[in-house]
Design a protein around this ligand. Structure first.
Ligand code: FAD
Ligand code: SF4
Length: 507
């Protein structure tokens, strides 16, 4: 029998449900687990805090940020010591952050998997993971971005990169029929980006899963050590505040609320581990902008179409093509009054590229006063020292491409010419003056082989409990150094398949 998708906020009264498996969160991890288990014949309920927002109407960026981004995109991981504070963005809607991606898909690099195997996770070898990756890549239609979809901004960065001896590689993305309109981060209006709300959740519903939006899960309910369901609040549709309670009784519970929220749910449920909430990895990211004499019109073309991995393996630095909406770009240019107006008028002459660090995962999630977590991030000395190196390399690439000036992600810094850049004291810039962002919160409920150093075992089961699993970005045993959605979906598929096998074995 087909399942359903309902807004619990629109239903009258309290909600009480029974099922085989309840999945908390409908993002990259939760959607894959729900679909796999529903198709394996399990009675699945999915609970999502955010609303269902069909993107086909073509939301304006401001509308998308208001309705589908968590906290209107102002969430912050507070920088400790000389670390920058980091703006961490995530989705809060059916499909979670997967709906907001640029579509970039990377497999977990082999050297990262080798490290996990070395730490005892012997089932995660590149060979054993390959079929899981292939399955997800097929499900979400991962394809190379054709060269003709590259923006001029990306082509120019590629020219500079080539002059310094390396080639940009074509990005792989989960798209079908992409026209390069560049709106990916605000939800694809053409259903060309195969995020999980398009590629997986309709399959889950077809297989009988019941999906409820507007359901904020508060805690897992236990009978002894066995998880028997979850409790929480249905959110009022307009205010998004808790309005009335719900209860879901289930034989198995999967937490897939993401790296920021899973620790909170576990703490509230009375579950704790020495490392719960720790080892938050963020892939700190920086944008460097080049200004050219000729028009660039960087918004024309796929937002993310190419990457440079020359320094990824040995130095943990990845260059990714990006673009930001013109309004945001204009607003963040330096200067005031006439000087700012002049720069603002040059937006069509700007090229942008992103640089990302494969970090040492030194962030932390703690319980806050209200519902939201408090996040902090203390960069390791190694990561901190790599920031000026990364930014100088990106500036050199823009200059090699012919940029007149470069804008660094340093608050208050004027534009740099090739000469002024040599003397700019980037190495002395305080962390609090660095403009840094992250779209990739990972870790906090890490997978491992010892409950003293991890939260879930190699199958995704929470140590010391029965019937409780974690299946989202929070289980990553370490930072990945590459965009994580494919990795999260693949690890989730593996966990779901193991859950389905366990069920068959016990039946
Ligand atoms: C703007 C942006 C661009 C990105 N671009 C890329 C990209 O191009 N390539 C890439 O690989 N990755 C990208 N990412 C990252 C990627 O989207 C995420 O890493 C991935 O979706 C995380 O999956 P997840 O399952 O851990 O969490 P999410 O996908 O965030 O899903 C978690 C879900 O749980 C819900 N939830 C949280 N708490 C509760 C609760 N208590 N009760 C009920 N529901 C709850 C949330 O509302 C959310 O929908 C991007 C992210 C953003 C924000
Ligand atoms: S660039 Fe492609 S994937 Fe992105 S929003 Fe436009 S059509 Fe969708």
């Amino acid at each position: 029998m087909a399942g359903s998708l309902q807004s619990a906020s629109r239903l009258a009264g309290a909600l009480e449900l029974d099922c085989d498996v309840v999945v908390v969160g409908s993002g990259a991890g939760g959607a894959v687990i729900a679909t796999t288990l529903a198709e394996a014949g399990q009675d699945v309920v999915v609970l999502e805090e955010g609303p269902h927002v069909p993107f086909t109407g073509g939301l304006r960026p401001s509308e998308s940020i208001r309705h589908t981004w968590r906290d209107g995109a102002v969430t912050l991981a507070v920088g400790l010591g000389d670390s920058p504070s980091i703006n961490v963005t995530a989705g809060r809607c059916l499909g979670g952050s997967s709906t907001l991606t640029g579509g970039v898909c990377f497999r977990i690099p082999e050297h990262v998997l080798d490290g996990w195997v070395g730490d005892g996770l012997t089932e995660l070898t590149p060979q054993k993971m390959a079929p899981w990756f292939e399955q997800v890549e097929q499900d979400i239609h991962v394809e190379e971005v054709p060269r003709d979809l590259r923006s001029r901004s990306t082509e120019l960065f590629g020219d500079g990169y080539a002059k310094l001896g390396a080639e940009l590689k074509p990005m792989r993305r989960n798209t079908r029929g992409c026209n390069g309109c560049g709106r990916c981060n605000f939800g694809c209006p053409h259903k060309a980006k195969l995020s999980v709300d398009i590629a997986y959740l309709p399959r889950a519903i077809a297989a009988g899963a019941r999906l409820y939006t507007g359901c904020l899960v508060d805690k897992v309910v236990f009978s002894g050590t066995r998880a028997t369901g979850v409790r929480g609040s249905i959110l009022d549709f307009d205010s998004q505040r808790p309005a009335r309670p719900f209860t879901v009784r289930a034989k198995r519970v999967v937490l897939a609320a993401g790296a920021m929220f899973n620790p909170l749910i576990l703490w509230k449920s009375g579950v704790n581990f020495p490392v719960l909430g720790q080892h938050l990895s963020l892939h700190p990211s920086f944008r460097v902008i080049g200004r050219f004499d000729q028009p660039v019109r960087g918004w024309e073309g796929a937002m993310q179409s190419a990457y440079g991995d020359r320094y990824e393996r040995d130095e943990g630095m990845l260059f990714n093509s990006v673009y930001v909406p013109n309004g945001v770009l204009a607003a963040t240019m330096p200067g005031f009054g006439n000087a700012h107006a002049q720069l603002r008028g040059q937006v069509d002459h700007l090229g942008i590229f992103g640089g990302m660090l494969h970090d040492d995962a030194q962030g932390r999630v703690r319980r806050g006063f209200g519902r939201e977590p408090i996040m902090s991030y203390r960069m390791s000395p190694r990561d901190r020292a790599r920031i000026p190196i990364l930014l100088r390399r990106m500036a050199d690439i823009w200059f090699a491409a012919g940029a007149r000036e470069v804008f660094l992600p340093v608050f208050g810094a004027p534009a740099q010419t090739p000469d002024s850049m040599k003397n700019f004291p980037l190495e002395q810039v305080k962390g609090r003056l660095l403009e840094c962002s992250s779209q990739h919160p990972l870790g906090t409920c890490q997978m491992g082989v010892d409950p003293r150093h991890s939260v879930v075992d190699a199958r995704g089961r929470v140590w010391g409990t029965d019937g409780l699993y974690v299946g989202c970005g929070s289980v990553m045993p370490s930072s990945l150094g590459v965009n994580p959605q494919l990795a999260i979906m693949t690890m989730a598929l593996r966990t779901a398949q193991l859950m389905a096998d366990e069920r068959r074995a016990s039946a």
